[in-house]
Design a protein around this ligand. Structure first.
Ligand code: BGC
Length: 471
């Protein structure tokens, strides 16, 4: 049950009410501010397409055609993203149809900081396990694999990608600056597995392509999860920085090319986003300060942490949880995005869910007032994340003159965070001045499985391109 902040009456004492009010102001983003941010976003995207390593990365992916829906064949996909690792076997059947089987392997938190060799050994161990479950005996001919690598990787070809920098709390040495396809293939070959990595894609590119395969209205692919990002199709002749890498003839063509925007890096210079003291704390104490500034305010990896920091601030200020043991609340990242999500969903009259999670997970007994406060803070955090997310969508629409269609979305925040879609769509209405009471022309829709099916389609397109080149 959810009621807007304005309509609810909070039972906070004066000091707490004042603290909450000023915190509330620092989290609110007006339509006017969103409009300005969306314009800035567009400019930064343009800069990123002109100059390498300037502003938002805007990485050309070398996916230079849209899927037709008639792609065929059996492919493997490997999905390395945020919290899980997945190995997928996809059978593309043409007619926009496919079947797939997959196994999810948890990615232990320790793997975010392990050594380079441990990372690849773990990943290839999972591939081996999957192959042994599915094939007996193992095939003789190598199976083509699309590798969904959900981090910023510069690409000069479809089957190669150099990691620019880790995001989402990953910090594994000796991978940045290297071609991750070679690192993966070396380990596969060491174990003599019949797998050939033929394409590297980002999860957003996968989402875009898999959704286009079955929904012609798709205009962009977006992930709102542990990290955030979008991919869309641009045109080679509009991408200044490609002059360095492609022939003079190609640069003049209107060939479509999917761009992995890596928009989580928006405003790494801290010039445009209104950051709260909690955002600044998160950034300064992260493994990568001054990187992924926008992502740190909107992605699932940080939403629970923002809530924890606000609560801790109020608790240390003696305004809440008086006389309680708050040592668990002091543990960084103890609250994931499911905390604010569940808090928002809770029945505002009794708030039983908040009561339970605070007691069982943090050992804190809450009063009704404190539970109300937790719900309100969560609403502010969740609303800000959704509203800011709309700026990136608006910027892509403006650049590509998209007036209507589907934004194919995936990720835990999109799937599980209450009211997320509605809030993004409302913010888009504000940015574009779309009239109230009428459906908006741009819809956020649930994407097809981009990291699995999308990777397989891209591997298939890559194979087709190689065959065409050879003939
Ligand atoms: C990564 C992107 C990815 C996004 C969603 C970000 O942290 O930089 O490559 O697409 O997370 O997974």
């Amino acid at each position: 049950m959810h009621i807007s902040i304005e309509k609810k009456r909070l039972c906070l004492d004066k000091k707490l009410q004042n603290a909450f009010d000023s915190m509330k102001d620092s989290f609110m983003v007006s339509d006017m501010e969103l409009k300005k941010l969306a314009r800035q976003f567009e400019k930064e995207m343009e800069k990123g397409l002109e100059q390498p390593f300037d502003s938002i990365p805007m990485i050309p992916t070398w996916v230079t055609e849209h899927p037709t829906g008639n792609e065929h064949g059996e492919y493997l996909a490997l999905d390395l993203g945020g919290t899980n690792l997945r190995v997928v076997s996809v059978n593309l059947k043409g007619n926009c149809d496919f079947e797939f089987e997959h196994t999810k392997y948890p990615l232990p938190a320790s793997l975010r900081h392990c050594s380079c060799s441990e990372l690849w050994a773990h990943i290839v161990g999972c591939i081996e396990d999957f192959l042994l479950q599915k094939y007996s005996p193992l095939p003789k001919e190598p199976l083509p694999m699309g590798f969904t690598f959900s981090f910023p990787a510069s690409q000069n070809r479809i089957d190669q990608g150099v990691l620019q920098r880790w995001t989402k709390g990953f910090n594994i040495p000796d991978v940045e600056g290297k071609n991750v396809v070679s690192l993966l293939q070396e380990e596969i070959d060491k174990r003599k597995l019949p797998v050939k990595v033929t394409a590297l894609i980002n999860d957003t590119t996968g989402t875009l392509i898999a959704s286009e395969y079955s929904d012609p209205e798709t205009k962009m692919g977006l992930i709102f999860g542990t990290g955030v990002n979008a991919a869309y199709f641009d045109r080679i002749d509009r991408i200044g920085k490609m002059r360095e890498t492609v022939s003079e003839n190609l640069i003049k063509t209107q060939t479509p090319i999917a761009i992995n925007t890596e928009y989580g890096a928006f405003d790494n210079e801290h010039k445009y986003l209104k950051r709260t003291k909690y955002d600044i704390y998160i950034d300064e104490n992260s493994t990568r300060p001054n990187q992924q500034s926008y992502e740190k305010m909107v992605s699932g990896y940080y939403l629970g942490e923002i809530l924890r920091l606000v609560l801790l601030d109020f608790a240390i200020g003696g305004m809440i949880f008086k006389g309680q043991d708050i040592h668990k609340l002091k543990i960084p990242f103890i609250m994931d995005a499911s905390y604010p999500a569940r808090a928002e969903e809770d029945d505002y009259r009794q708030l039983p869910l908040i009561d339970k999670i605070m007691k069982t997970s943090l050992g804190i007994q809450t009063t009704h007032c404190e539970r109300q406060l937790i719900q309100e803070i969560s609403i502010l955090i969740g609303t800000r994340a959704a509203r800011l997310s709309a700026c990136a969508i608006a910027a892509i629409c403006r650049r590509m003159n998209i007036q209507s269609g589907h934004c194919a979305c995936d990720g835990s925040v999109f799937k599980k965070y209450p009211f997320f879609t509605m809030r993004v769509e409302n913010a888009l209405r504000g940015i574009f001045d779309w009239k109230h009471g009428k459906e908006i022309p741009l819809k956020l829709v649930a994407a097809e499985d981009g990291s699995g099916v999308g990777a397989a389609i891209v591997a298939c397109l890559a194979k087709k391109a190689t065959i065409e080149k050879a003939s």
